[in-house]
Design a binder for this molecule. Structure first.
Ligand SMILES: Cc1cc2nc3c(=O)[nH]c(=O)nc-3n(C[C@H](O)[C@H](O)[C@H](O)COP(=O)(O)OP(=O)(O)OC[C@H]3O[C@@H](n4cnc5c(N)ncnc54)[C@H](O)[C@@H]3O)c2cc1C
Length: 387
């Protein structure tokens, strides 16, 4: 195996593969045939129970919050192995992490962080500002006594229709003659707050559900600021390296799944009387996707090791891995669709879902070109990053 993992991580990964094959695949078979039908809550519950029994549920949760915190290399191996099963139920395997609330204390911890970790509350991340008609001043807030009044638009808030709260990046404006702090801040804003409106609910290609939000003088108490006013951007981006490495692992796993799928597909009998695998042109395409999967895995595991050594020092490499792995997985799945042909485009076919899922990964956690610009900037302006 190119990743040469320590034995303890190999053991964990084998446990994940067993969970996928022996427990989750039979549950996946019970999903409604209609791919648009919602996933029955009792199946989700069963996935969570099986995951807990296998010791997977708490592995993405830090020890200080009652989790069993696997390190970045172990999490990478687990996410990749889970994604290589290409199951719709995969998203329910890991328990919720603290995310941006990791350093929350006092009331913020009691009212948000603790219920999130118990699975009783769920938040959405409201970062992306509106373009088009609603483009304008980025979402801002003004002080009113000890409260903040928030105004603006956020255009792409995943899970926002059912979230209990939004973790939103806002710019707190300085008031003349006031000593109250100003600058970017991450704020927790309850969905039910007066002045918070869901303008539109929409669904994206990979099946995600999102909302567009408006804030119209929404009143938020000062204790809802995560950290302090002024440190909003590092707070907002603090967790993004984890998300990027996770996306790289998931898409690499999906690429591995697609290679395996094609491996079997081209060796099946074909109407021409000759297996597709016996044609040289097919072998060339097949070799290309194997090379892409090999390269993606090599990048993924080298990067996970760098993060394991020193997360801060590996920011540029994580961006490189996110761009590379998502783009290679996109190539693999596209070629796999080509080799499997028309059947792969039929709604409900596993490659049809893979094709939709892999496309959105080039935006989530940062659009590929923005990350490219950051990698170049890191080298040219900060002398950071390695090849
Ligand atoms: C499935 C999905 C889930 C998402 N979930 C969330 C969420 O929960 N919360 C949230 O806040 N956001 C979310 N987003 C939004 C996502 O973060 C943004 O789509 C992404 O950051 C890009 O921003 P944008 O769509 O405004 O595109 P833009 O920033 O307008 O970019 C458009 C295009 O122009 C390119 N571009 C932009 N600037 C430059 C430049 N300076 N030089 C060269 N090229 C440039 C970009 O690479 C891109 O290709 C989600 C997106 C997707 C697809």
């Amino acid at each position: 195996m190119p990743e040469s993992l320590p034995t303890a991580i190999e053991v964990l990964r084998d446990r994940m593969v067993t969970l996928v094959n022996d427990e989750l695949c039979p549950l996946e078979d019970q999903l409604p045939e209609d791919p648009r039908a919602p996933i029955p809550p009792e199946l989700i519950q069963q996935v969570r129970e099986r995951s807990r029994e296998a010791g997977m549920w708490s592995l993405t949760q830090p020890v200080e919050f009652g989790g069993t915190a696997a390190g970045p290399l172990a999490q990478t191996a687990l996410r990749e192995a889970l994604a290589a099963g290409h199951l719709r139920l995969a998203r329910y395997v890991f328990g919720p992490g603290p995310g941006m609330l990791a350093s929350a204390e006092g009331q913020l911890k009691e009212h948000y962080l603790d219920p999130v970790l118990r699975g009783e509350k769920r938040g959405s991340f409201a970062f992306t500002e509106a373009s088009g008609e609603k483009a304008g001043k980025p979402t801002w807030a003004t002080w009113d006594g000890d409260d903040l009044l928030v105004t603006g638009h956020k255009s792409y808030v995943t899970g926002g229709a059912t979230a209990d709260y939004y973790a939103a990046l806002v710019n707190v404006e300085a008031a003349e003659g006031s000593s109250q702090p100003a600058g970017p801040a991450m704020l927790i804003i309850d969905r039910e707050t007066d002045g918070v409106t869901i303008d539109r609910e929409f669904h994206s290609l990979e099946g995600g559900s999102h909302v567009e939000l408006s804030f119209d003088g929404a009143r938020v108490p000062a204790w809802h600021v995560i950290g302090t006013v002024g440190e909003g951007m590092p707070r907002a981006l603090g967790n993004i390296g984890h998300e990027r490495l996770a996306v790289a692992a998931q898409t690499t796993g999906l690429g591995v799944w697609a290679v395996d799928f094609i491996d079997q597909h081209i060796q099946q009998p074909h109407r021409s009387g000759q297996r597709l695998a016996d044609r040289e042109g097919i072998r060339l395409r097949y070799a290309d996707i194997r090379i892409a999967a090999y390269a993606a895995r090599s990048v993924l595991y080298r990067t996970a090791r760098l993060v394991e050594e020193d997360e801060e020092a590996a920011i540029n490499e994580v961006m490189a891995a996110k761009v590379f792995c998502t783009e290679q997985a996109g190539f693999i799945v596209d070629q796999a669709v080509q080799l499997a042909s028309g059947g792969a485009l039929v709604e409900g076919h596993p490659l049809e879902r893979a094709y939709r899922e892999v496309r959105s990964a080039r935006f989530t956690g940062g659009a590929s070109d923005i990350l490219r610009l950051n990698i170049a900037r890191g080298r040219i302006e900060f002398d950071a990053g390695q090849v």
